[in-house]
Design a protein around this ligand. Sequence first.
Ligand SMILES: CC(C)(COP(=O)(O)OP(=O)(O)OC[C@H]1O[C@@H](n2cnc3c(N)ncnc32)[C@H](O)[C@@H]1OP(=O)(O)O)[C@@H](O)C(=O)NCCC(=O)NCCS
Length: 502
Amino acid sequence: MPQKKDKGKAKADAPPKEITEKDLQKLASSIDKIAGKVQARQEKALAKGEAPKEKKVDPVKEAEMRKKVEQMLQALSTMEQTGAIKASGQKDMGSHQFWNTQPVPQYGENITEEGPIEPSVPRDQVRQEPYALPKEFEWCEVDITNEKEITELYQLLTLNYVEDDDAQFRFDYSAPFLKWALQPPGWKKSWHVGVRVSSNKKLVAFISGTPAAVRSHKTVHHLTEINYLCVHKKLRSKRLAPVLIKEVTRRSHLEGVFQAVYTAGTVLPKPVATCRYYHRSLNPKKLVECNFSRVPRGSTMAAMVKKFKVAEEFSTPGLREMKAEDAPQVKELANKYLSKFDVAPVFETDDDVCHWLLPTKDVVWSYVVEDPKTHKITDFFSFYTLPSSVIGNAKHSSLNAAYMFYYAVEVPEKEAADSYDNTRYTKQRLTELMRDALVAAKKVSEYSLTANFDVFNALSLMDNSMFIDDLKFGPGDGYLNYYLYNWRCREIKPHKVGLVML
Ligand SMILES: CC(C)(COP(=O)(O)OP(=O)(O)OC[C@H]1O[C@@H](n2cnc3c(N)ncnc32)[C@H](O)[C@@H]1OP(=O)(O)O)[C@@H](O)C(=O)NCCC(=O)NCCS
């Protein structure tokens, strides 16, 4: 997908700079643009019935080129983590007034041994009283089972949550989605922490924790997943975020939980992994109208519509929507598949699987492949919906995105024995399945009033690199950093990340 333009231009007489992550991202984006232009010229020539003037881009060479750029980005990320250079947007450790005081690794730290940074303590040694807020505010627990309170949370987030750098789009998690995300088995109301204005009780800030079992390398942590940190736009830069983070940490400690996992676009000390966003157009016309993507020079809207057309029907025999009785098999399949990644959730019970994967109206969709002969579940995939508000666009107010969630394939014994055959089988099977995931997203769009998907998003994690090119996903300009709190963890490559956070 064509990238949005960078706003700033380097001055001709500016002193030479260090190479930053941004420079390499620009390089990756230039390569995408060149590949896009060549492809557009070829499509145009073919449409006119002419033989393409340039040689067709060799998919293997293109894949190699992409791999090289990803490797450069990875090398850069390693250099950042060892302190050799600074990431764009990364501050000096010393200027992280808050994170400096927290049990997280330093940017330059070379981690060889894993383990907690500070020890767990018994409940009676945990601070019992909440952290102090500025005097005009008070703490609250947001009761998301209460319609009024979930609506308050929805309104806070829909107006104040994450935006892209150009403030064109803002995540718009729906109320049913938030209920689902915040109420997994074992959820705790005390971890849904809000801040209200004391005088009128308006909800102005929020942070959540949910319990999860997550393995990093060989250790399974029963930790807190931190999400939905948000401070009202009018209260920014007043150091409220650190108080929210400390308060949810204290509440985790009270429950005997001393590790956490969280993700952010922002670079903080210090990422365990960094993944890139990829986008697959489903509705190119709307994406262009929203300024999410552009028609490549030399191409036309008609050519884009043709390029991104999705089949009407599934091609994988035995593919059907997941049902509750599939949970035990899906649990086994998912846990086995996820065991090959260096950070991944562990589905401990059928309830976990049912909560996260059973289709939930207008929130999450899951499909399994049932072998027509043995009736065994051999594969599954799932995706969830996350629309974004389109800010200041005359024609559109919302962009609907499907996000790739968990999936697994069972590799038959014959192929599993050999690593080459295993990869070849996985790539072929996954590409076939994910092509059907696009079909499923389109089918959902036809019957759902709220989930009319314009784009399918995925990160460069799990085995996604095996199908993104073939299925016409394009690299975006967004990156997502993964962090562990109070745990030293060796760096993890994107394709070794098996954890998807909402
Ligand atoms: C993220 C947000 C809560 C930060 O609040 P703020 O008013 O901008 O910042 P504050 O003055 O309260 O606090 C600044 C501190 O919070 C840290 N911080 C900022 N964003 C953070 C994040 N996403 N996760 C963890 N810490 C973060 C900063 O690094 C800084 O600490 P430092 O001095 O050690 O570097 C606020 O900008 C916001 O609501 N943004 C939109 C939603 C969003 O991006 N949420 C985070 C999703 S990952």
